[in-house]
Design a binder for this molecule. Sequence first.
Ligand code: NAD
Length: 486
Amino acid sequence: MTVSILKNYIAGEFVSGCREFRNINPVTGEIVNLVCEADQELVSQAVVAAKQALKGPWGKFSVQQRAALLHKVADGIEARFDEFVAAEMADTGKSLQQASSIDIPRGAANFRVFADMVKTASSNCFHSDTEDGKGALNYSLPRPLGVVAVIAPWNLPLLLLTWKLAPALAAGNCIVAKPSEETPSTATLLAEVMHEAGVPAGVFNLVHGYGPNSAGEFLTSHPQIDAITFTGESRTGSAIMRAAAEHVKPLSFELGGKNAAVIFADADLDDAVAGTARSVFTNGGQVCLCTERVYVQREIFETFVDKLKAKAEQLKIGWPKESDTDMGPLISAEHKNKVLSYYRLAREEGATFITGGGVPEFGDQRDQGAWVEPTIITGLPETSRCIKEEIFGPICHITPFDTEEEAISLANDSRYGLAAAIWTRDISRGHRVAKAMDAGMVWVNTWYLRDLRTPFGGVKMSGIGREGGQHSLNFYAEPSNICIKL
Ligand code: NAD
């Protein structure tokens, strides 16, 4: 079998001839493809190409032309839908159901949403008659930032990459993007789609590689990058912030989480159990919005734990292509080792395992893959590392609470603040507790229900800035004020 080689895409051309690394399928541990790792020279070429493209025809594109091109890119993804789905499944092991209903459709939708939004974006205008600035007309014009470095993670590869690319292009920037080393395939297909759609050379560039001392670091520390948008671990965010400090770059950060779900005794129990199971185990717990800490009012604690256990044990762990598969493997052997190290730590810290805690056995090639069992634990003190640190796997800890105040204080006792879910039938309590959450996004009686226009992002170690709708466009285009003396 010949293994294909994924190339970098620079100045409108696919470029090879570099050191290669292996992209592994986490279902079986087999090679998906080989990937050309961009060295410092190639990254630099990509940045220079993007800089030059700003001065070319792209810089003169009208908003209508940019929007039309983005719709063409969305058409191109949809035309090659099955290829994108297969590539995302091979890189991540996620189920056909998830890749075909969430990842790839959202990848295309991101281009359409921002193409439409940028066409109707308005700017401020002041016909100044106040004491300061009297007798002038002020108006602001959105200006692209220039060359934006886009660094994406592996958990929702195409979806999160395009969530940044689409608004950045809609706003008129040029891009150098680096997908995760774990998931290079759909980004490479996207480069082909951009090429076929007629995106001018240099407007979109793709470099492959790792983070430290590889394409990621070369890109974020490049002096000619004008801004950085990053989704990934908080620790990586700190490293990128240090790299960006020297040249004072604008940053947009979507980082890690240790999200809480709070279940009150008055909640619709079956809804709360089903919603919490979804929020813990979706994508093997590898969504930044996933719940890892569950707080349940004491009256219903035992019943809730029993019901969540039953749900976890009903999950079908299986081949991604089978239509009834609920959960696939983790992204890699390395990540499996990390998650299993937390399962071990939980035992050392004295947790009670309600279910899971091990590795499923299949008796076929999947035993070489990156699988772990869905896991529920209880009984740990709130200070334990398993409750404090992001694990990013299919595991949650459940703690009982007595009062609303106690629930708020427990949920907020984290250095992260990305998302929270509250389950209650008391609408006033829902509003009250939602307002008290130290989190960028709060769901009441649901989870992961998203309107793409709403602000998306976290507080504390979970991020800087907001994405979504106008919030994204505000980051990728800063207003210049023009003052005309009347
Ligand atoms: P990661 O931080 O390890 O890697 C993310 C990207 O950064 C990859 O492309 C990687 O190559 C690159 N990178 C790593 N070190 C770098 C460096 N020093 N300089 C430049 N680039 C570097 O994250 P991951 O493991 O791919 O993703 C999982 C993490 O992402 C979790 O913490 C999760 O919570 C977070 N996440 C957050 C959101 C959100 O919206 N807040 C969404 C998805 C994932």
